[in-house]
Design a protein around this ligand. Structure first.
Ligand code: GRG
Length: 297
């Protein structure tokens, strides 16, 4: 009899691989300039779920490859994600005191170092991919860098964040909210899966299915995050209700809690549907798609 897939064990083993690789790639806190490297390591090692790197690894595994070929890109995605959280917590943005259950970067290191730690993590991400690429991987690595850059800057995450901030205290439509969310959170999640697929040598059809899968779970992740901001317990590790306090447009605010949950589940079903041609090696991706909307933090 085949064993049911054990998602917690899968997430834990892959998280350990990513944690070790991040320690290997990033300059140590003891290296000059020590305070800046300490700040970068502080946020990177603050206990994140490592969802984006694990998605890159799971995409490669769905294609029959192991994590070695994708590890540098996987870590780069976590560096970019961590940069975005450090900057998002700054007084000029969300002004949060807690992240992942610990004081935010600027609360410990001050605003100037927090800004530079974010800048450096973003830059280090691209250094990491370029540095690790073997000659035979050069074309795939270049395409991964192009896509990650597009998903992170004004065409992606930073663009979505800008619109999010400019929309505070304003009424926006569901279509505008969806566009904002797809950019702010969705594109980095989507590109995590695309990076894994590209570095694992996906053909065009496989790539398109995996990319669409990433697009669906990118949006369902953000809708679930909006729901968690209202319903989450203390395991969420940040200030609950901050969206309401900041008068942010969210799915629950625009559609109500029940409709938001229904939409997140609909996106999950769509994500599972596009993996129809993949065998059991895609089970980690399938289970992560479910986990994204049922998680508690
Ligand atoms: C500052 C350029 C710039 C962008 C910030 C992603 C983002 C844009 C801000 C984060 C605000 C936020 C809480 C968004 C909700 C979605 C999200 C990214 C949640 C945190 O991601 P997880 O749950 O976090 O993967 P961990 O801590 O597990 O890594």
């Amino acid at each position: 009899m085949t064993q049911p897939f054990d998602l917690p064990a899968y997430l834990e083993t892959r998280r350990r691989v990513v944690d070790q690789a991040l320690r290997d790639f990033l300059p140590k806190a003891s290296e000059w300039p020590e305070r800046l490297h300490e700040a970068m390591n502080y946020s990177l090692n603050a206990g994140g779920k490592r969802l984006r790197p694990i998605l890159a690894i799971a995409a490669a595994e769905a294609l029959g490859k192991d994590y070695h070929a994708v590890l540098a890109a996987a870590c780069a995605l976590e560096m970019i994600h961590t940069y975005s959280l450090i900057h998002d917590d700054l007084p000029a943005m969300d002004d949060d005191d807690l992240r992942r259950g610990q004081p935010t970067n600027h609360k410990v290191f001050g605003e100037a170092i927090a800004i530079l730690a974010g800048d450096s993590l973003l830059t280090e991400a691209f250094f990491t991919i370029a540095e690790a690429a073997k000659p035979e991987q050069a074309a795939a690595a270049l395409e991964v860098i192009r896509r990650i850059a597009q998903a992170s800057g004004s065409r992606g995450m930073a663009g979505g964040q800008a619109v999010d901030l400019l929309s505070e205290k304003k009424k926006i439509s569901v279509a505008e909210l969806e566009r904002l969310h797809r950019h702010k959170t969705g594109k980095l999640i989507q590109v995590s899966i695309e990076a894994g697929a590209l570095l694992a040598g996906a053909d065009k059809r496989q790539f398109e299915s995996l990319s669409r899968f990433g697009e669906c779970i990118g949006l369902s992740f953000q809708i679930a995050d909006d729901v968690l901001d209202i319903e989450g317990g203390e395991e969420i590790g940040k200030d609950i209700g901050s969206d309401v306090a900041n008068e942010k447009a969210t799915y629950p605010a625009l559609l109500g809690l029940e409709e938001s949950k229904r939409l997140a589940h609909q996106l999950t079903e769509e994500a599972l549907g596009v993996l129809g041609d993949f065998d059991a090696k895609a089970d980690p991706l399938r289970e992560i798609a479910r986990y994204v909307v049922y998680r508690k933090n």
